[in-house]
Write a protein that binds this ligand. Structure first.
Ligand code: NAD
Length: 484
């Protein structure tokens, strides 16, 4: 079956592109073209925004009751649940996510998000009446923010689309999604399911394309809010445009998170945990905890255990269920990771696993060797800059205060973990690290709770009632005191 497409999903129908430009989706494993799809241009974005605008200003969706919208999204959720394996495979095909990870996070997790948001929407205070300071009633309404531009990255495409589209839909917004050029395919399956679920025409429109069309969408006067996940550099530019236009904006950006291994940690548990928290999705994860902080007392032990564990990880075909590390998404990403490995060596860090060069037995595909550096100083570039690949830095600390200081010595503040035998001590560390999410002996994202970043990791939050709130405007309606 071909994965090729020749249209965009605009106004509830397959719409011919405005130009003949195309995107070739290339498998990061085989380096072969796996699909050709149209590439969005500003004219396609204009058509998508016009459809979303009409659906918002004149269509039924924002005027339905919250329960009526919940009913439609519930149907979508059921359809999505039936296609999880297909969706995971599509994402593995387009961006090389190991199938073990894809079948956990690339489609089941987005579906869990849908279900979580449905539950939140059922209990959400869409309209509440309070007693005001003068004793008279005041109604607080949560109304849809309007037309939303949803811009996801390629690393977890459905995960970062659902976190925007579902709360937007439940709030009564309409949406234009612009998938990244590396991952346009999953959006087509999603479009089919939205149509089948009965989401009205124009409520969700999907046009894949690169930075240029993303910029056009962000600045478009027909867009009321931008919801972006991607790099901090792009986030700053988007925030500047939105600031100028006073457009609502939420940003989920980069990270350089730290995992702190305390002296009383069970090292077996910690290393197993770190293999996931640091290297999930082949290290291409915003929450990847690639700075491993270990006390000087147990430093050598942690370095050895980590080097052994990482050296033993299976690298290769992402479709193989045993694969733990797949290819990088693109050649430029492979080159970027290799550049950072070289920088680490130039900076004087000690290579204890991996290093540059092809992994054994892989003569094509954008693979890198999972790499561990020891004797890393937190001021080094490999400790400060987001690499977005399987490269870990092990940094020594003197005591818990020093560990917290190093964890916080970062421009970013997205995630982190502490590994300890004493949960109370772990919670104490969790309270002191300035990040939007944190885990004690685990890092399992929970869609009931807000997710997002401090500092250069973002603005606003996704998930939980807080994430739904990002798609609402608050209106206060002052009422007369009831008669009598
Ligand atoms: P990127 O910023 O290059 O691109 C992200 C998306 O934005 C793509 O769709 C791209 O086409 C578009 N884009 C780029 N510049 C734009 C601009 N100026 N205006 C409008 N659109 C623009 O990021 P990427 O390389 O695709 O993704 C990797 C980055 O995403 C990493 O920094 C990672 O940490 C971050 N990320 C963050 C989270 C989070 O939740 N915090 C989740 C996943 C990824």
């Amino acid at each position: 079956m071909t994965l090729d497409r020749d249209a965009f999903f605009i106004d509830g129908t397959w719409t011919a592109p405005a130009s003949g430009r195309t995107i070739q989706v290339v498998s990061p494993h085989s380096e072969q073209v796996v699909a050709t799809v149209p590439e969005g241009t500003p004219a396609d974005i204009d058509a998508a925004v016009a459809a979303a605008r009409r659906a918002f200003d004149h269509g039924p969706w924002p005027r339905l009751t919250p329960q009526e919208r919940i009913d439609v999204v519930q149907v979508f959720s059921g359809l999505y649940a039936g296609r999880l394996a297909e969706m995971a495979d599509l994402i593995t095909t387009e961006m090389g996510s190991p199938t073990s990870f894809a079948n956990l996070a690339q489609s089941p997790a987005p579906w869990m998000q849908i279900e979580a948001f449905l539950g939140i929407a059922r209990d959400y205070p869409w309209e509440e009446t309070r007693t005001g300071v003068l004793g008279t009633p005041v109604m607080v309404r949560r109304e849809p923010v309007g037309v939303v531009a949803a811009i996801p990255p390629w690393n977890v495409p459905q995960f970062t689309i659902m976190s925007k589209v579902i709360p937007a839909l439940l709030a009564g917004c309409t949406v234009v999604v612009k998938p990244a050029p590396e991952t346009p395919l999953d959006g087509y399956l999603m479009a089919e399911l939205l149509r089948e679920a009965g989401v009205p025409a124009g409520v969700v429109n999907i046009v894949a394309g690169g930075r240029e069309v993303g910029e056009h969408l962000v600045a478009h006067p027909g867009v009321d809010k931008v919801a972006f996940t991607g790099s901090t550099d792009a986030g700053r530019k988007i925030a500047a445009v939105c600031g100028q236009q006073l457009k609502r904006v939420s940003l989920e950006l980069g990270g350089k998170s730290a995992a702190i291994v305390l002296d009383d940690a069970d090292l077996g548990i910690a290393i197993e945990g770190l293999k996931f928290t640091a290297l999930m999705n082949s290290g291409q994860a915003c929450v990847a905890q690639t700075r491993i902080l270990a006390s000087r007392t147990r430093y050598a032990e942690v370095v050895d255990a980590l080097a052994e564990a990482v050296s033993g990880m299976q690298v290769g075909d992402p479709m193989d269920p045993a694969t733990e590390i797949g290819p990088m998404v693109a050649q430029r990403q492979q080159e970027r990771v290799e550049k950072y490995i070289a920088i680490g060596q130039e900076e004087g860090a000690r290579l204890v696993a991996g290093g540059n060069g092809r992994p054994d037995g892989l003569d094509r595909g954008w693979y890198v060797r999972p790499t561990v550096f020891a004797d890393v100083d937190n001021r080094m570039r490999i400790a400060q800059e987001e690499i977005f690949g399987p490269v870990l830095s092990v940094i020594p600390f003197d005591d818990v205060d020093d560990a917290v200081r190093i964890a916080n010595d970062s421009d970013y503040g997205l995630a982190g973990t502490v590994w300890t035998g004493d949960q109370a001590a772990g919670l104490d560390v969790a309270r002191r690290v300035r990040t939007g999410t944190y885990g004690v002996n685990t890092y399992t994202m929970d869609f009931a709770a807000p997710f997002g970043g401090y500092k250069a990791s973002g603005l606003g939050r996704e998930f939980g009632p807080e994430g739904l709130g990002q798609y609402t405007e608050l209106k206060s309606i002052y009422l007369e005191a009831p008669a009598g």
